[in-house]
Design a protein around this ligand. Sequence first.
Ligand code: UT7
Length: 329
Amino acid sequence: MKAAITAVAGYVPEDLLTNADLEKMVDTNDEWIRTRTGINQRHILKDPTKATSDMGAEAVKELCKKRGMDPTEIDLLICATVTADMPFPATANLITDKVGATNAWGWDLNAACSGFLYALQTGAQFIESGKHKKVVIVGADKMSSIVDYTDRTTCVLFGDGAAAVLLEPHETYGVQDALLKSDGGGVQYLRQKAGGSLHPPTHETVDAREHFVFQDGQPVFKAAVKGMADVSYEIMERNGLEADDVAWLVPHQANLRIIDATQRRMGLPHEKVMINIQDYGNTTAATIPLCLRDWESQLKAGDNLVLAAFGGGFTWGAIYLKWAYDSEA
Ligand code: UT7
């Protein structure tokens, strides 16, 4: 039995942070941001009473509505995030409570920008083993809660959002193969320096602005270009897929230039690549399911999709799946 995606839904907050807004906040300009990253705007969750679980809950409620399913039918909910509402309990628990998924268990999974792929492969195991019938994978991040809006090298990159997919058993469609990697040596280039057990919060860590995303962009860029392209190519090769066989590349949206490099390595035309970075920026765990949400109406049963990501850890990987339904059917 395979684990097929049978529904997808997403949520982005209404408020926008445009490149023009950022020009007024830090020493940057629209041209630099667009040419170096491909981003025009991001959605930001401004309501201080709302957090990652609220966006995740909106996505899951919509998911249930679209599938005509009561939340009590959900067996398991995994939430990929680096911006949990609080260190504990898990955001997955908060989401299940908010949507009324009273029969679900679940947990958070932290693999930064590869979180959705890691969670998808984890959730798929419970379907493939026959243990569960309905598994929800959420990718959700309120990146604005850990972005330093005085640091021009990172604040232009990130946005807030959430999206979710439902996994159900299917005889042929669904996850076909996964190639997931990690290298903890990447911690030196991309991390949140304080707030964990190594450097618990103190006045000093707050004063030193160590609770925000720290990124040394260039080494991450170089590793991402190679890592994402390598795994995407390798998963095609080991499944005997030619460029013509791939209907869509669904890439993590961190930088348009990283996406372009992956597309070239796979030999795909531009029209087969899902790109919405211009509208949302990098929403970390939410980028890939938000793409699936935005392109759902164009997907057909049996389409071969390659999902690919690279992010903090380092973590990276690719998943090859066969789409399971015609959305207009
Ligand atoms: O999703 C998680 C994984 N993360 C990624 O995949 C991100 C990977 N990294 C990147 O996407 C790119 O490295 C960035 C978009 C972060 C930066 O682009 P870059 O082409 O690597 O630029 P750079 O860091 O080499 O900086 C070039 C110049 C520097 O000025 P000098 O030293 O040449 O005078 C920066 O200070 O651009 C400057 N700069 C900016 N200028 C205007 C850096 N940020 C900005 C900015 N506006 N926002």
